[in-house]
Design a protein around this ligand. Structure first.
Ligand code: DAH
Length: 339
């Protein structure tokens, strides 16, 4: 009985000196917890004479209630104080300038590809995308480039097996489309191509844009008219094109297409190496053999095709000196293409 009074005094002191809710909780456990002092008193009931038990039990219960009330009221005070401290420590200065989020930009290759698609879609071309892992047949043989053809040496091919390779040109899409669709055809085929080649203007992976038009009475004149329109929209209102004879197995005749240098207007500068012209793409009239390989009658249908490197077009249009700039991911470079 005496001890209960002592316990109350002791607890009151501990409550008064507890300065955090953690310390208060520890103190509370010391008295009211499972192994606490008050609990111990209750457990000691058995050792007390039976007639004294009711009085003792009441005393201890009162003690427990008193302590609970004391702890609860202190707990409330400490919690309020702690909340106050937390809030004043977390004050927000609403007048501080906000954090800016950097705005991204389309990659120059994506942007150039979109521009090209827009130009040709405006002329009625449809997009067709072929596979990147291609068979030797679609990449070469059907394009009139059989196994022993010297033109295969023009492209250093990554072979996967004897039959499959990483496509070296989007021209493979011409065959896939002509096998499926009868003329009139106006196809645009963008995509990644791969060649074992690496220097300032060549990279082992790059992008091409292929074009194919097949119908009755399609002529080289149609090709040039369309290319003129393309050059004017892509480069400058005053741009002109020029065709030079060339060779590709899948076109006959074949041409190399130059665009007048937009940097100097054709007078000659370092970009065009003093010639006034810049080579931008290969093209030609679809070879009769290629039409035949796709089951089309070359006496009924004719067509033209063209293929260009998207990196090359972007380099010319934006004055980019090194092809590696496209893959280095230097934000200072990429930032310049923000609208
Ligand atoms: N496929 C050729 C290359 O990668 C480019 C090309 C030339 C595509 C002439 C054509 C074309 O469609 O008619 O070098």
């Amino acid at each position: 009985m005496e001890e209960t009074e002592k316990i109350v005094e002791e607890a009151q002191q501990e409550i008064a000196t507890a300065h955090s809710s953690r310390a208060l909780y520890e103190a509370k456990m010391k008295y009211l917890g499972r192994t606490g002092k008050v609990t111990a008193l209750l457990k000691g009931m058995r050792e007390i004479a039976a007639e004294l038990r009711p009085a003792f039990g009441k005393k201890v219960n009162d003690l427990r209630t008193r302590l609970e009330t004391l702890f609860a009221s202190m707990e409330e005070k400490i919690k309020a104080r702690e909340l106050e401290e937390k809030l004043s420590g977390e004050q927000i200065d609403v007048t501080m300038p906000g954090r800016k989020h950097a705005r991204g930009a389309l990659h120059p290759i994506t942007r150039t590809r979109q521009e090209l698609i827009e130009i040709f879609a405006g002329m009625g071309f449809e997009i067709f995308e072929g596979p990147e892992i291609e068979s030797d047949y679609y990449n070469f043989t059907a394009l009139n480039t059989p196994a022993d053809h010297p033109a295969r040496a023009m492209q250093d091919t990554f072979y996967i097996t004897e039959e499959f390779l990483l496509r070296t040109q989007t021209s493979a899409g011409q065959i896939r489309l002509m096998e499926k669709k009868k003329p009139p055809i106006k196809m645009l085929s963008p995509g990644r191509v791969f060649r074992a080649d690496d220097d300032a203007t060549h990279s082992p992976m790059f992008h091409q844009m292929e074009g194919l038009v097949v119908d009755r009475h399609v002529t080289l004149c149609d090709l040039q008219g369309m290319l003129d329109e393309f050059a004017r929209t892509m480069f400058a209102e005053t741009s002109k094109t020029r065709l030079r004879p060339s060779y590709f197995p899948f076109t006959e005749p074949s041409v190399e297409v130059d665009v007048s240098c937009a940097a100097c207007g054709g007078k000659g500068c370092s970009l065009c190496k003093g010639t006034g012209w810049i080579e931008v793409l290969g093209a030609g009239m679809v070879n009769r053999r290629v039409l035949e390989n796709c089951g089309l009658d070359p006496d009924e249908y004719t067509g033209f095709a063209f293929g260009m490197g998207i990196e090359r077009i972007a380099m010319l249009k934006y004055g980019i000196g090194h092809i590696r700039s496209f893959t280095e991911n230097d934000v200072r470079f990429l930032k310049q293409f923000q609208d």
